[in-house]
Design a protein around this ligand. Sequence first.
Ligand code: AVJ
Ligand code: FE
Length: 435
Amino acid sequence: MTGRLRAHLAAELERTRARTALLTDAVDDADLVRQHSPLMSPLVWDLAHVGNQEELWLVRDVGGREPVRRDIDELYDAFKHPRRDRPQLPLLSPAEARGYVRTVRDKVLDLLDGVPFSGRRLTADGFAFGMIVQHEQQHDETMLATHQLRLGPAVLHALPPPRATVGVSGEVLIPAGPFTMGTSTEPWALDNERPAHAVDVPAFFIDAGCVTNGEYAAFIADGGYDQPRWWSEAGWRHRVEAGLVAPMHWRRDGDGWAYTRFGRTEPVDPGEPVVHVCFHEAQAYAAWAGKRLPTEAEWEKAARYDPATGRTRRYPWGDGSPLPHHANLGQRHLAPAPAGAYPLGASPAGVYQLIGDVWEWTASDFTGYPGFAAFPYREYSQVFFGPRYKVLRGGSFGTDATACRGTFRNWDFPIRRQIFAGFRCARDATPAEPG
Ligand code: AVJ
Ligand code: FE
């Protein structure tokens, strides 16, 4: 029983490290220490930070072993140095960082053999290891976003995502009623996903698919970026100050649009979900379309609630963990898939691609659920609670399946566009429009 868990944890640690290695070995040392955007760390910072968190939680706390490099804790504490300042720090060199993460990992694989998985909440069901696996996977997605901001020829390669095999259009009615939001049973769920609690959600319509590039281009062509009436006050102020005219990475190309993705320039695909838009752009599009963004509870009900049984499930397709035919996750493809590419991942109500492809902005602020308790540290989520951050749901093509659940909550500032974020729209179902 625990033998299987140990083997699973070791496999997850090593599978994740292979991705980290690919993202950091794809570029030369000069590129690793360079800052590609003030929004991002140099890749070599992410690499050593991943090792330092693993050292703090697994080598020292869980394993009770001597520190490997106590002297570097401060350098790799995300709260001590903002991203824009990190290139100036006396960071480990690429060779030192690679050696450091290897040393830490060897100790972790060694201590994993003897760790009891009961007694301490931190290690129950392998939680601390699952947390560290997910932490590295989150940084793999952050590093992928850094790759998208990096200039120069392509260094990452992947097969294109699958094509659409079904048509996805229109909206779906989710009837009124309570459902169970969040989780108290998912072993590796993070503190902000807990506890499970009932939420009564009024009836609403939600789009069957994400807003596509083609739909978003129609908003631009209709003067969407020139008309303050579609934007919130804060959104319009930001749109003017930042000079937003289209999603990040788009440029005019004859009559249409082109974007550069991971070093390759191609025409914008009208059937793919729009990505690299901020919350304010998503909100303005929704207003223009006569709709709004879903709340977080609406998104989760659309994704997890099964009206046939009244039960809240782990994923839109059921309780089974994501397989490649369910969703575009895990950096298998370096683009979101078009609407209709994952019919087997649909929810019972017929909402498509809630998981994978692009993170979806919601209307909700990031807050703790009723009964929230910070675990294992306040700095994972609690210090971010409040109106400054908006919640994103569902994961992107850059998110690992292990770090993506129906309950998983991501958050960011409403002006951020470098993350792989798009959105879908919703609207109230008025009593005059029963299903
Ligand atoms: C959950 C993606 C907002 O990257 O800031 C990484 C994840 N926390 N290291 C972030 C995280 C600590 C976090 N997000
Ligand atoms: Fe981190």
